[in-house]
Design a protein around this ligand. Structure first.
Ligand SMILES: [Mg+2]
Length: 356
């Protein structure tokens, strides 16, 4: 197999939404903080590091978060602000390379094999970027530097928050020695169960298995597993990642009031969730669309700082978005739709969870 030597940086802002809020509220820095609207059906968009110590996470119902941590501070999300910071860090990336592949508002891959400022070391590029981000936005980012995307993504999590880890080509096999399979991108619950049944727990456990054996057990993903166990990942940084949404909608047989429309949410969510899961997509943004009886379309969206983990997270977000629609008792609706966006392939990018 051809082996391409690249210098890839994965940049990931630390607890992004929460950090933007805490930048403006330094008095709350040591306290558990979540970004969420207050309300009966509210869900958490992001949790600060002190809040995570209580088990709080994004997409969790706010009521659960408050039970786990009664003194949690709740700040309302400001998505336009997060988008503005996102554009700013993108400009900082562009000082070094045009090969930028954004994964979400606060995460991107950069190919700096050839970088605009001709810095000899990719770790130097990453240091410059992180220093500029801190100086210009007041926020910290973590970076992973490696010869490929798979390793760069894992490395950025290694010393989070405000950390940087380089995996040089000669360090790859040592690095892979201690990597549990459960932490490998794309290993979902079903695959994990299968691995347990086969007695595979560490990435190195896969090494004795042939490509054919892995494909037999894991289907197409077996090919990827075979390569990852050897630290191989030849995917290039793709700057023209298209913006997609997976959605489903239903037109009602009778126009319905807002209160009655939520019964359609579970089924629509399940349908969209299954179709995303089948294509191995994870999502961070939820959208609900309603069409009024007189054909006006209303949409509301909610973004999370990490991937939605389960269909119930998706449903909870939709129910909350319905509460953010105009609460006009006279309004009737003829259509409801739900969608997932900010999609990325889980077998490419993996999940956001802390690795060690
Ligand atoms: Mg992040």
């Amino acid at each position: 197999m051809s082996h391409i030597v690249r210098k890839i940086i994965h940049i990931d802002m630390d607890a992004f939404f929460a950090s933007v809020e805490l930048r403006d509220r330094p008095d709350l820095r040591e306290q558990p903080v979540v970004v969420a609207w207050e309300g009966a059906r509210s869900v958490v968009c992001a949790a600060s590091y002190p809040a995570r110590k209580f088990g709080l996470r994004s997409a969790m119902p706010l009521s659960v978060a408050k039970r786990l941590c009664p003194h949690v501070v709740c700040l309302p999300p400001r998505f336009p602000e997060y988008q503005q910071v996102s554009r700013h860090i993108h400009h900082i990336f562009a000082r070094h390379t045009e090969l930028i592949e954004p994964l979400s508002l606060d995460e991107a891959y950069l190919d700096v094999t050839h970088n605009k400022q001709n810095l000899p070391y990719a770790c130097e590029v990453a240091s410059h970027i992180r220093a500029d981000i801190l100086a210009e936005t007041g926020l910290t980012a973590s970076a992973g530097i490696a010869p490929n995307k798979f390793l760069a993504k894992i490395a950025s999590d290694w010393r989070k928050p405000n950390g940087q880890t380089t995996i040089a080509p000669q360090q790859i096999s040592a690095f892979l020695q201690h990597l549990p399979l459960s932490k490998i991108p794309g290993v979902g619950e079903k695959t994990q169960l299968k691995m347990q049944q086969l007695g595979l727990t560490m990435l190195t456990d896969v090494l004795p298995l042939s490509r054919g054996e892995l494909v037999l057990h894991f289907g197409k993903y077996g090919h990827r597993l075979y390569d990852l166990a050897r630290g191989i990942d030849d995917r290039s940084v793709n700057p023209s990642r298209e913006h997609q949404q997976i959605s489903s909608e239903t037109t009602l047989s009778h126009d319905a009031y807002l209160d009655d429309i939520s019964v359609y949410v579970p089924e629509l969510c399940q349908e969209v969730w299954d179709s995303a899961a089948k294509r191995r997509y994870a999502a961070r943004t939820v959208t609900v669309k309603l069409k009024t009886a007189d054909f006006h379309t209303l949409t509301r969206s909610l973004s999370f700082s990490s991937d939605l983990l389960q269909v119930s997270d998706f449903q909870a977000a939709c129910l909350q978005l319905l509460q953010r629609m105009p609460q006009d008792a006279a309004l009737r609706f003829r259509l409801i739709g739900v969608g997932l966006s900010q999609l990325h392939r889980t077998d490419e990018e993996g999940h956001q969870y802390s690795m060690w």
